[in-house]
Design a binder for this molecule. Structure first.
Ligand SMILES: C[S@@+](CC[C@H](N)C(=O)[O-])C[C@H]1O[C@@H](n2cnc3c(N)ncnc32)[C@H](O)[C@@H]1O
Length: 274
């Protein structure tokens, strides 16, 4: 049992530690979240005070830090999220990238850069599958800081909340449904390659060079400007010349970068490396 609450000084030290390792900035108002989520981890480890856990995590054991990331991240996601962006992706952006790659020598690389439990990259996989002329010309990469989320993504068994926006014909075609669970078909899973990547970690980010299209949606909101700048500069380095970046519909790169050129298509902002 956890014996004492999370004091303000310990909260601040914990917050600084999480920020330094992940770029995630936790405001004072979210102290309750740190407290409740860390209690779960501390119970697993039979630790009784937050100070004990803080000293333990500062030993920098990589496995323990990953467990901390699992506990602290917000993984809200679902299939076919922000459909206007997906529409622009499939109707405009894919075509532009294909034109840039006229030689056809190389595959087109698409990356879901904070994929959570897999709904985003699998949505892209379904959309590309639906177009017969796009078969075998795409590679889909999907990464997240949370190992737990990636394990769940690889299982690819979803609940009704996750699938609620999927058009009915795709549910029938790409899922087997039993009771409340929807299991994704291997045909959609196969093209997606999962990796455990921390967006703030330069070494991790170097693993994903040469991307044509990056989706980095609904994760920059958890970072402050300094961390956003760092992550966006790594994303820039990972994009091919002429490549495109989608961020969340409610997010902005204003005051974060001028290197990526924003273009508006049907009310959707897409950033391009020009
Ligand atoms: C709200 S989900 C967004 C999922 C998906 N992109 C979407 O828009 O539906 C945010 C994800 O970002 C991940 N995340 C948070 N900080 C990260 C970091 N530093 N590196 C990589 N992923 C991170 C979380 O683990 C979580 O799965």
């Amino acid at each position: 049992m956890v014996n004492a609450g999370l004091s303000d000084p310990t909260f601040k030290q914990m917050r600084d530690f999480i920020y330094e390792k992940s770029g995630i900035f936790i405001p004072d108002a979210k102290k309750y979240l740190v407290e409740s989520r860390l209690e779960t981890v501390m119970k697993e480890k039979n630790m009784h005070t937050f100070e004990e856990y803080l000293s333990f995590i500062r030993l920098n054991n990589e496995d323990e830090i990953k467990r901390l990331f699992d506990a602290m991240t917000i993984k809200e996601t679902y299939f076919f999220r922000e459909p206007q962006q997906l529409d622009i992706f499939i109707k405009n952006i894919v075509q532009k990238v294909l034109e840039q790659k006229k030689t056809g020598a190389k595959k087109i690389k698409v990356w879901s850069a904070a994929c959570s439990t897999g709904e985003e990259p699998y949505t892209l996989s379904i959309m590309l599958k639906e177009n017969p002329s796009y078969q075998n010309i795409f590679e889909i990469y999907a990464s997240d800081i949370s190992r737990g989320a990636l394990e769940s993504a690889q299982r690819a068994v979803y609940n009704s909340y996750s699938v609620r926006n999927i058009p009915e014909p795709y549910i029938r075609k790409y899922f087997s449904n039993s009771g409340q669970t929807y299991t994704l078909s291997p045909a959609v899973k196969v093209p997606v390659k999962f990796m455990n990547v921390n967006l703030i970690n330069e070494k991790d980010m170097k693993l994903l060079r040469g991307m044509d299209i990056i989706f980095c949606r609904n994760v920059l909101i958890y970072f402050d400007d300094k961390a956003k700048q760092k992550v966006v500069s790594y994303l820039y380095d990972n994009l091919n010349q002429g490549g495109f970046l989608f961020i969340g519909a409610s997010e902005s790169l204003h005051s974060v970068t001028r290197a990526l050129r924003p273009t508006i298509m049907n009310n959707v902002v897409v950033y391009q490396k020009v």
